[in-house]
Structures are given as C-alpha cells and as structure tokens.
Design a protein around this ligand. Structure first.
Ligand code: PLP
Length: 457
C-alpha cells in the first residue's frame, strides 16, 4: 500500500481541485507514481490503463523521451523569458507561427496562457476591448450553453454551466446567460439532428432578441461539450450557430480546450466542423499536459481592431508566464509528434474505441453511447425506455470510478452516471480493448450494486 505518511500529509495540506474536501479527507488520496504510454502506475505498483489521459490532456501519452529532452534543453538554455518589454524567446515565437499556420482560416494571432481557464478569461477581456474599440461598449452581455464548461476563473466560471462551479461562489454574473444544450439523448425536441439544430438556432436568436440585439458581445461553444457529459452536437450544429453569430454581429468563441490537438481526430475540431471562429481557446493537448500552457487564437479581424484602437498604448493584459519558453519548447515537440503518427493513430484507435463502446449497448445499464474520435461517453440508465438516470443513492461518481479503478481502468465517472472516455492518442489495440473489456466488467459489477438493483426493480 501507499505510504501512510503521504496520505496524511495530503489530507492535512493539499487542497484538491473540484473535490468534496471532507469526502476527500475521509477517502484519502490515491498517489500516482509513474506512467508510460497509456498506462499509469500507482504508488503501490498497481497498473491501470488511463482511459481519460489524465484530465483529457495527455494526448500524446506518457513517457515520450523527446518531450523530456525538449524541455530539458530549454531549461538549460533559457528557462524563462518574459514576453513583456518587447522581449521574446525562439520557441514561443516558433510555436505561435506553427500554430497559426495550422489553425482554421485567419486565426493568425496567438496569445499564450497557462491553461484553459485563463485562456477563456482572456477572451472575455479581449471581447470587451474589441467592442469598446468598435464604439459599442453596451455590447457587454455574454451567452454560453447549459452543460457547458469554460473553466474555473472568477468570471469564466459564470460562463460554465455546471452547478458545482456556481454554488457558493456568487456566479453567474447578471451579464452571463445560457441557452439550452443540444444534448441529443435528453433533448425535448427529440434526437432528430435537424430539429436539434433548429432549436439551438431559435434559442440563440430568442436570447439575443430578449437581451437586445445591440447588447450581446459574444457566444461561447465547445465543439463537443466535455465536462457536461461528452455531449456531441449533430453535424452542422457548429456551422449553424456560427452563421447566426455572424449574421447578428456577435463574436463566436470556439472553446477547444478539450477538443483541440487531435482529441476528435484533426488538430482542431473546428476544421471538421468547417468553421472559423473569431477566437479559439486551447490548452491541454497543446503541451499534452507535460507542462502547463494554453493558447488563445485570435482572428485577423479582431486582432486588427484591438491593435488599431490601442495604437501606441499597451493592451493591458498579460501574465508573468505568458509565452513561457519551456512550455513552448514542449508544445513544439508535441506538435511534431502529433504530425508524425500520433494523430493518425488517434483516428484508428478512436474508431476501435467507438466500436468497442457501441458493443456495450446490449448491457442492461447502457442507455446511450456517443463520441467522436478519442472522446466518448457511455450514459447509464436504470430504465432504457424512460431514460431514468442511475439513482443518486448509488453514488455513481464514486462507486463506478472505484470499481473501474479496481479493474485497472481510469475513466471519468460523472455524478449522473455518465462515463467519460478520452484516452491518449497513442493507445494500442490492446489498450483500447482493455478499456472496453474493463468497462463491461465495471458495468456488470454496477448492476449488482444494491442501490442500482433497487432502482431497477
Ligand atoms: N474550457 C474547456 C472546454 C475545458 O474543458 C476546460 C477544462 O477542462 C477549461 C476551459 C479550463 O481549462 P483549465 O482546467 O486548463 O483551466
């Protein structure tokens, strides 16, 4: 077992993100010690397939020596360079250029952050700056989507639409609004793709009308809603929403923090969705989680308005660690890996993953299976006809996570009985098969859970 002292130290001192503090104290930490490929090993030596790539971020998989070397080289040469005062570093400049070259359309300007939350937060600032620069300061209302996740910053958490991020924090603010999700499995308009798209378009138009057509600044959408339960919109949904925003002169922000960097297949999901947003936010797969970094992509059109308005004055937004050279060096190497086989392998592995999860539909608890590429979910129900979720008494998040763990699998188990999958793109056939086989075992055990049985009866 783990060292008890480590568990005690964690309990006493480490505040965990998005956790029940008291629940965590009771349960104690599980310490991860090492990892390679798609396998993580805990401090007791137990090996597990990481079906969630850490937190949907280790897209390249663990243990790439070339990434370690890139970081080490940069740490030796120049561990830090500010991007203030007109200074810069070679890796950050090269990474910005490489990313701009690959980004959709005219997203040619890259602002580096430390992760996804501050990338979203930065867009809020840039959007406001843009509208003030365009002489429309009254455009200060922001719209996002129910079940959406846009990080945990002070204001970004208000664009997020998950109750745990609001309760007790005093968000959302009164300028942050939501429209219903496209969530096909539980959509009041049913599962027909065209009906879902029409409903979302109508909801956005109605919200803009209600707020005042000249009041809305921006609309935020994830190409696939991740933390809301891996909700995949119908094909054409992003395009339709993008077109409405263009028509209504509202900025469109594609939040690709999860979907970027091969998660759904291509480097950016927007490419597959055939859209060019005004801003695109990314993080996670940008450095494959090896070091922290995020990136805001800005279109020429938006950048020029901000740049011209500021003129000789500074645009007062920046961090000490903006464009960090070590993170950028890692980003460059990760990008090289994606384009030297990883993206390709991800597409192949993604097809196998989807086929394996689809095969679980015969299980009594499986109500829905959905996904794109290496991003997927299985939604559990106790009544397939009525789509009745697992009862809260069965503690789906904790018990299913624990069972999967015992079976040698890391997945995300959401509180409402949705299982989330985002394995590393380097997964072998054997890794993918282990993920689906261990999921089935986990579901069989869940079927034996007395609280699940009671709900089934
Ligand atoms: N936006 C989306 C779509 C995300 O999924 C996340 C994190 O999961 C974020 C923003 C916030 O990113 P971070 O956790 O790096 O701050």
């Amino acid at each position: 077992m783990y060292s008890n002292s480590l568990i005690e130290l964690d309990r006493a001192h480490l505040v965990h993100p998005v956790a029940s503090y008291r629940g965590h104290e009771k349960q104690g930490v599980r310490v991860l010690a090492s990892a390679s490929g798609a396998t993580v090993t805990d401090a007791s030596g137990k090996q597990l397939v990481d079906g969630f790539a850490g937190l949907w971020c280790v897209n390249a998989g663990y243990g790439h020596e070339s990434i370690v070397e890139a970081a080490t080289r940069q740490l030796r040469e120049l561990p830090y360079a500010t991007a203030y005062f007109g200074l810069g570093s070679e890796p950050a400049i090269r990474l910005a250029a490489e990313l701009a070259e690959r980004a959709p359309g005219d997203l040619n300007h890259v602002y580096f952050t430390l992760g996804g939350s501050d990338a979203v937060d930065s867009t809020i600032r840039f959007v406001r700056y843009y509208w003030i620069a365009r002489g429309q300061p009254q455009r200060d209302q922001f719209i996002s989507i129910e079940q959406g996740y846009h990080g945990s910053s002070t204001v970004g958490a208000g664009l997020t639409a998950l109750p745990a991020f609001h309760a007790g924090f005093g968000v959302p603010f009164d300028w942050q609004h939501k429209i219903p999700s496209h969530y096909a499995y539980r959509n009041p308009v049913g599962e027909d793709p065209q009906a879902i798209i029409a409903a979302s378009v109508a909801a956005l138009r109605a919200k803009v009308e209600a707020l005042g057509p000249d009041r809305v600044a921006a609309f935020y959408a994830e190409p696939i809603q991740g933390s809301g339960g891996v909700l995949v919109p119908p094909k054409g949904w992003m395009k339709a929403m993008r077109e409405v925003c263009r028509e209504l002169d509202i900025l469109f922000i594609a939040d690709e923090v999860i979907t970027g960097f091969g998660r759904t297949g291509p480097l950016f999901a927007c490419t597959e969705d055939e859209i060019v947003p005004d801003f695109m936010t990314t993080a996670k797969g940008l450095t494959s989680g090896y070091v922290p970094m995020g990136a805001v992509f800005m279109s020429d059109r938006v950048y020029d308005v901000i740049a011209d308005a500021a003129g000789a004055s500074a645009v007062g937004h920046g961090y000490t660690y903006s464009a960090h050279p070590v993170s950028a060096a890692v980003g460059l190497e990760v990008l090289r890996l994606y384009e030297n086989g990883l993206l390709e392998n991800g597409v192949k592995a993604g097809a196998r993953l989807m086929a394996g999860l689809e095969a679980l539909r015969d299980h009594p608890l499986v109500g829905d299976v959905r996904g794109r590429g290496m991003l997927a979910a299985v939604e559990l129900v106790v009544d397939k006809q009525k789509k009745t979720p697992l009862p809260a008494a069965a503690e789906p998040a904790r018990r299913i996570f624990d069972r999967a763990w015992d079976n040698g699998l890391v997945i995300r188990a959401f509180a409402n009985g949705i299982l989330g999958y985002a394995p590393p793109l380097c997964c072998t056939d054997a890794d993918i098969d282990a993920i689906t086989e261990r999921t089935r075992r986990t579901l069989d055990q869940t079927l034996e859970d007395p609280d699940v049985r009671a709900a089934l009866a």
